[in-house]
Unconditional design. Structure first.
Length: 360
């Protein structure tokens, strides 16, 4: 892949840098990262358009194994932990007005959720124990560790079926979907682990159930943050926990917005009761917008990801036959927050997809 494309995947690091700059700028400057993500990136997507180029098949194996691309995600893991520590310390030492605090928390969530969960998602699909560890560590910083189980063993099995809580239904607005996906995803992760443990003759309420640790670890992490930066500075004890859990909720809400966008209304054909056709590139919404894909490690090439979950982000392919989103994720997220606008844009596209694929 070209040097420009390689450098492009480091663009995600612009967002934490903007949060830092905004914090020291003070006041409304704390909304700089928010404006960058939801104004500048959509405009850049519009100006520079789509990138439909794929890595040639003869090169894909080599490019897929290049350490450089793993290195970018490894660096992000350490940057995110340093960033969260800096954010907590900054709040403990610098009083913020209410509007500045809100902007700062949103900016933090754009880092930990918008990019951090994307990296965790990429790493969680890999066979390497180190990458899986990094994935879980990143998810700990947003209180969403069960995603590691539910996404890989639940969502990828049941995607585009009524059994998947992370597949939005036709006519379902994002706010109803959020409740169903957040609650249903956790419950399904618990069921998957319960069934696994019972098959192996183990007790559900034991240290062998990772979901118990997943519930405790974010609280421990928050307590360590609070003790490290809040107590020595003599700040109110609840300042850091309030910040930590607020950014966590916003971070996994960004994840659920992305889930909503990726799978809205798409269904696989049912072959027999409870059995569905195999997932293929026609079963996820795709977006090959150049700039937003740099920031999201090509997550928007979601059709290929679901058809070939083990593929690394740098070799995901664009498929013209996949259902295509009209805009990149930042714009689609804004539309999803306004249900009438979302339905006006997406239902006609969904109708076209159903006629060509589901009802064909």
């Amino acid at each position: 892949m070209g040097l420009i494309r390689k450098i492009g995947f480091f663009s995600a690091f612009i967002i934490p840098a903007l949060v830092v700059v905004g914090f020291y700028g003070g006041g409304w400057w704390n909304f700089t990262a928010l404006a960058f993500v939801f104004v500048f990136i959509p405009l850049a997507d519009h100006w520079l358009g789509l990138d439909k180029t794929n890595v040639p098949a003869r090169e894909a194996t080599v490019v897929g194994e290049e350490f450089y691309y793993r290195f970018v995600t490894y660096v992000w893991t350490f940057v995110q932990f340093a960033f969260v520590g800096w954010a907590a310390y900054s709040l403990a030492t610098t009083p913020l007005a209410a509007h500045a605090w809100v902007g700062f928390v949103i900016g933090t969530a754009l880092v930990t959720g918008g990019i951090g969960i994307t990296v965790a998602h990429e790493l969680g699909h890999k066979k390497s124990a180190l990458e899986r560890f990094y994935s879980q560590a990143l998810l700990m910083t947003v209180c969403y560790m069960h995603f590691y189980i539910e996404h890989n063993r639940g969502h990828h099995v049941y995607v585009a079926t009524p059994e998947d809580p992370a597949t939005a239904r036709r006519g379902e607005n994002f706010y109803a979907f959020w409740v169903r996906s957040v609650v249903g995803g956790w419950k399904h992760a618990w069921k998957l682990e319960r069934d696994r443990l019972l098959r192996n003759g183990k007790h559900v309420w034991s240290w062998r159930n990772p979901l118990i640790a997943y519930a405790v670890l974010p609280v421990v992490f928050c307590a360590v943050l609070t003790a490290a930066v809040s107590v020595p500075q003599g700040q109110i004890a609840w300042a850091i926990p309030t910040f930590f859990f607020a950014q966590s909720v916003l971070a996994f809400t960004l994840l659920e917005l992305v889930n909503y966008v990726e799978h809205y209304g798409i269904l696989r054909k049912q072959i027999t009761p409870g059995k569905y056709e195999r997932v293929n590139p026609l079963h996820s919404w795709n977006a090959s917008h150049l700039i937003s894909n740099f920031f999201l490690f090509q997550l928007q090439r979601h059709s290929d990801h679901h058809a070939n979950a083990i593929k690394r982000y740098q070799v995901l392919d664009h498929y013209d036959e996949s259902p295509q989103l009209p805009f990149g994720y930042p714009t689609m997220i804004l539309l999803a927050l306004v249900p009438p606008a979302w339905f006006a844009v997406m239902n006609n596209r969904l109708n076209d997809w159903e006629e060509k694929v589901y009802l064909a």
